[in-house]
Design a protein around this ligand. Structure first.
Ligand SMILES: Nc1ncnc2c1ncn2[C@@H]1O[C@H](COP(=O)(O)OP(=O)(O)O)[C@@H](O)[C@H]1O
Ligand SMILES: [Mg+2]
Length: 420
């Protein structure tokens, strides 16, 4: 098979790595990729949000399968353009991607599907939103409806903070994405991520994970894209996961199909777990980054078979061959991230590392400048390992971290603390 992966982060490096573990893959292109991906696949510069450009490239290279990593090309309808050109693609249509690109839309789907989630109301008018906040009291959650790069949610401890968030969002802080706000009931419990493949009709759970969003140890400090993750998530037991499939995932997929916008791709459900049951926090329409890295290390080459079965509408006959293992990834980021940070600093120590099926350093923001490996983004490397226990996976992941020679980088020492 000739395969094209869209994206250039740690998520896409892990997708590329897993794809290449499968002998089915003959040629692998990644657009735009990064310095780590360039060591294993052919990187191409392509505007991945331009459907016409992606279709043209896929036709010219006789691509059999396109795997879309990030949400932006999905929301832009790149999967629709590929399907219209009869190219097999893993990823939802723009209409189905609204499960991530509109929080109000997801709430409407949940209501129609009777899926458990926080109570909500949606507003375009600030006074009405504030009246709702005063009527319900704090804590309360204010969300920009649209895509806001993980910055569009305020969990407000008091009414003033909530009202200020409303003014901010409706005042244009997030542009069009904040033209409407969703105000939600505050839920308590423990969060976990649940990953399910959907082919429009059938669903197949492929793993659970927990991540660490805060920049600082002990889950303190500013929010980031994620500083580490591990899989499985002990809080998401088989019993809770099965119930989430029946009560949340299947009704969602059925409602999307009923509306004529079937969901195809990976559905990433953020769940809040309490008293043995899960409620939906949000959906994402792609793999999480860095959660994907731990899932791919655990799945290995079968990930391609599952993704292909999903893209071809054959999930009903697919099975996951579970290894009874644990994986952890630790993110190395540039000092200053998620605020301002330096680019172009040199990274050493990786030459001594050879990837195995149990330990891989996935690259995120890296590039090669005059032959030197350099940092080119906020989140830069993902030291990822798997083992029989989470403790051993953690020790192996931190061994990898310690092998990296990058004085301008930092990482959290406490990834997995909740589960350990
Ligand atoms: N209704 C809620 N109750 C409690 N916490 C919430 C609620 N909604 C969101 N959160 C918290 O805010 C975080 C971000 O919200 P989420 O809906 O996942 O938005 P996004 O990931 O798009 O920023 C969640 O991971 C969760 O910790
Ligand atoms: Mg989220």
């Amino acid at each position: 098979m000739n395969i094209l992966i869209l994206g250039g982060g740690g998520r896409e490096h892990s997708l590329a790595w897993a794809t290449l573990q499968n002998p089915k893959c003959d040629t692998l292109f990644v657009a735009p990729g990064n310095a780590g991906i360039a060591q294993i696949a052919t990187c191409v510069s392509l505007d991945i949000e331009d459907g016409t450009a992606v279709v043209q490239f896929a036709m010219a290279q006789a691509i059999d399968l396109v795997i879309i990593g990030p949400e932006a090309p999905l929301a832009a309808g790149v999967a629709d353009d590929l399907r219209a050109a009869d190219i097999t693609v893993f990823g939802p249509s723009a209409a189905a991607a609204r499960l991530e690109s509109s929080k109000r839309f997801t709430k409407e789907i949940c209501a129609a599907a009777d899926a458990p989630t926080a109570g909500y109301a949606a507003f375009t008018d600030a006074d009405a939103a504030k009246a709702h906040i005063r009527a319900h009291g704090a804590p309360i959650v204010v969300k920009a409806d649209g895509l806001a790069a993980g910055k569009g949610v305020v969990v407000a401890p008091d009414e003033e903070t909530a009202c200020a968030a409303v003014d901010d969002m409706l005042g244009g802080a997030f542009g069009q994405a904040g033209a409407e706000v969703v105000i939600e009931e505050f839920m308590t419990g423990e969060e976990a991520s649940f990953f399910v493949l959907c082919d429009g009709q059938d669903v197949l759970a492929i793993g659970t994970a927990q991540d660490h969003k805060c920049v600082g140890e002990g889950d303190t400090g500013a929010n980031t894209g994620g500083m580490g993750a591990y899989s499985p998530a002990p809080v998401l037991t088989d019993a809770i996961a099965n119930r989430a499939i029946e009560d949340i995932i299947k009704p969602t997929v059925a409602e999307m199909a009923r509306r004529g916008t079937p969901y195809q791709g990976v559905l990433y459900a953020g769940l809040m777990i309490k008293n043995g049951a899960a409620r939906l926090v949000e959906y994402n329409v792609r793999f999480g980054d860095p959660e994907c890295q731990v899932l791919m290390l655990r799945l290995g080459g079968q990930a391609l078979d599952l993704i292909q079965a999903c893209a071809e509408g054959r999930l009903g006959e697919a099975k996951v061959n579970w290894a009874d293992d644990h994986a952890m990834t630790v993110v190395l980021a540039a000092k200053g991230y998620p605020g301002a940070y330096e680019k172009g600093t040199k990274i050493g120590g990786l030459e001594a590392q050879s990837d195995t099926s149990k330990r891989v350093i996935f690259h995120a923001g890296t590039s090669r400048i005059n032959g030197d490996l350099c940092a080119n983004g906020g989140r830069v490397l993902n030291a990822t390992a798997r083992a029989e226990t989470l403790r051993d996976a953690r020790d192996a992941a931190y061994d990898l971290v310690d092998s990296v020679d990058w004085p301008e980088g930092f990482f959290r020492r406490d990834i997995g603390w909740r589960a350990l």
